[in-house]
Design a protein around this ligand. Structure first.
Ligand code: NAD
Length: 263
């Protein structure tokens, strides 16, 4: 299947490692040029080099703290001056810290909103005019299965990702006639550093081993295993493609069957 991504430009947020990196790798393999970002320069530049060496696509790596609007503005300026416009936007950033409601300060809630909601709004605001002018665009938000089945101990994530989902569904309707699709992909438990750190936190707070924490997650999936970032990236890449032109306003899980609901 030709996905029609060759020569398109994709901005993949938070892409030095984990799910964002896997998506960047896959889009590049399909021939899309990339703008990638993360906070720390060395791993970001290393990711950019590795992707370019493997695929030959153009990769611009811009150090960015997605919770800082000024950084996001600089990221977009660089993207525009290097590529002119962004065809595909993948919003993504680090997950908020775990812990029950009473463990989080007012500031922790503000940070989660800044990082996991406002960064989506700021990135989207910046790419929309170009997509509208081109009459084509793909916006894909990396959210979480927590949107459909909240995960105990992740109250910040459960709450803020629901806001992203409401935003995306409404935006999808607003821009559908402009040839722009807006979708969310909901990862289930997928093998990244985020999951390693959540397992370490569960081990510390619940007195079980890290391995037992992983076993608990595995047992919640009918497949009995944790997902691979490449399995997640495959769906995101399809949604980013020309071939996904009639899919918009939806949230799709990549979770090995974790979500128990019918729809
Ligand atoms: P990860 O921790 O492995 O990678 C996160 C990436 O985000 C890194 O590249 C990091 O440098 C970057 N980052 C973090 N904060 C940033 C900031 N303020 N500005 C710029 N870059 C920043 O995490 P992951 O597993 O790839 O998760 C990606 C997203 O998906 C997170 O929001 C996570 O909560 C969510 N998620 C992950 C899973 C999973 O099982 N891995 C499940 C559900 C949801």
């Amino acid at each position: 299947m030709d996905l029609g991504l060759k020569g398109k430009t994709a901005l993949v947020a938070a892409s030095s490692r984990g799910l964002g990196r896997a998506v960047a790798d896959e889009l590049a393999r399909e021939g899309a040029n990339l703008v990638i970002c993360a906070r720390t320069v060395a791993p970001l530049e290393e990711a950019g080099r590795a992707i370019h060496d493997e695929t030959g696509v153009e990769v611009v790596a811009v150090p960015t703290d997605l919770s800082k609007p000024a950084d996001v503005a600089r990221l977009m300026e660089t993207a525009e001056s290097d590529f002119g416009k962004i065809d595909v936007l993948i919003t993504n950033t680090g997950g908020p810290p775990p812990g029950p409601f009473e463990s989080h300060s007012v500031e922790a809630w503000s940070t989660a909103v800044e990082q996991n909601l406002n960064s989506v709004l700021n990135l989207t605001r910046a790419v929309l005019p170009g997509m509208k002018k081109a009459g084509w665009g793909r916006i894909i938000n990396i959210t979480s299965v927590a949107v459909k089945q909240p995960i105990d101990g992740l109250i910040l994530s459960n709450a803020v990702r629901a806001a992203v989902t409401g935003f995306a569904k409404t935006l999808a309707n607003e821009v559908a006639a402009d040839g722009i699709t807006v979708n969310n992909v909901m990862p289930g438990f997928t093998k990244t550093e985020r999951l390693d750190s959540l397992a370490a936190n569960i081990s510390e707070t619940q007195g079980i081993t890290v391995e037992e924490a992983f076993d608990r997650w595995k047992s919640q999936s009918p497949m009995g295993r944790i997902g691979e970032p490449t399995e997640f990236a495959a769906l995101v890449t399809f949604l980013a493609s020309e071939r996904a032109s009639y899919i918009t306003g939806t949230s799709i899980p990549v979770d090995g069957g974790f979500i128990q609901a019918l729809l």
